[in-house]
Write a protein that binds this ligand. Structure first.
Ligand SMILES: [Zn+2]
Length: 238
């Protein structure tokens, strides 16, 4: 008996992935992005920060462009060519109206069916969650509603971005209620997309080996869903 149903994502054609930092998509989620790109779906990444405070021994001015380059490389490996990186302050992201406006703007521009985020919960399976992940997750939920409300952010409507409803929220790192089936090739691309964050990972000597970690997530979830590989995901109808 399988405990996790496979997500039927046939009716999804446009997925907007909203995360705080370069590398946040690369802990399994980018393998799903690779699958969707392979299937011809449109996938866009919106990063709210440049991750400039992420390398202890290196100045943020040096880190920001380096991590953007690593993220571009990660995106090219999984076949995502729509990457936007904003400059909210890494480590100090607040779930405020400015952040919601930025995310709602992207939703109205890209018009996704589904929005993918990382979990906003404080306690996760891997430990206590980072403040930027928490705040970006919460702001993304609010921004999905904001984007669909014609009376909010009227400046966006005035600039030609009318209300848009994204119907589904896909949450990474939360208690899953679905699994997204992945091919071995998708998983391999997911691994290589994490490996693309080379300098960042080199600065974290205790970081798990990307191939072992991503493959383990995909094969454990696959076993729960009755397939070889899958990504665990919480799906919430909006
Ligand atoms: Zn992060």
């Amino acid at each position: 008996m399988t405990e996790l149903p496979l997500l039927d994502d046939n009716d999804v054609s446009r997925v907007l992935c909203v995360v705080a930092h370069p590398d946040d998509m690369e802990y399994g989620a980018s393998a799903a992005a690779a699958k969707w790109a392979r299937q011809g779906k449109q996938v866009s990444y919106l990063l709210l920060t440049r991750g400039e405070a992420g390398i202890r021994g290196m100045h943020p001015d040096e880190v920001a462009p380096l991590r953007a380059d690593e993220q571009r490389e990660a995106c090219s490996i999984v076949g995502v060519d729509d990457l936007e990186i904003l400059d909210f302050p890494d480590g100090l992201v607040e779930a405020n109206v400015e952040l919601r406006h930025a995310i709602a703007k992207k939703i109205r521009q890209f018009r996704p069916d589904a929005v993918m985020v990382t979990t906003w919960r404080l306690e996760t399976s891997w430990g206590l969650n980072h403040v930027d992940h928490r705040n970006v997750g919460v702001a993304a939920i609010d921004a999905i509603r904001d984007a669909d409300n014609p009376w909010l952010f009227e400046d966006l409507a005035e600039s030609g971005l009318p209300a848009w409803k994204a119907n589904r929220l896909l949450v990474n790192g939360a208690e899953p209620n679905y699994a997204i089936e992945l091919s071995a090739e998708d998983v391999d691309k997911g691994v290589r997309s994490l490996e693309a964050h080379k300098v960042y990972l080199e600065a974290l000597p205790d970081h798990p080996v990307p191939r072992e970690m991503v493959t383990m997530i995909a094969s454990e979830t696959g076993a729960r869903a009755g397939v070889e590989y899958a990504l665990p995901v919480q799906v919430i109808d909006m």
